[in-house]
Write a protein that binds this ligand. Structure first.
Ligand SMILES: [Zn+2]
Length: 64
């Protein structure tokens, strides 16, 4: 059971990193809300990807 949880967590981490990789910094200024769907962008994501304009979901869709 613990292994499955670890794996699920690993996958979501991987997904997040993939999404972050697609996030292109524009002006070094992050938005607090997604440009596409207006969802709030977590502070952790804004710090991890300065200049981020989209939430994780939109970044993944736009990037992939
Ligand atoms: Zn979005």
């Amino acid at each position: 059971m613990a292994d499955q949880l670890d794996r699920a967590w690993e996958l979501s981490e991987m997904h997040l990193r993939e999404a972050l990789a697609h996030c292109r910094p524009l002006q070094g200024e992050s938005r607090t809300h997604c440009l596409e769907c207006d969802a709030p962008i977590p502070e952790g994501r804004r710090k991890a990807a300065p200049g981020c304009q989209y939430c994780v979901q939109c970044a993944a869709e736009l990037g992939g």
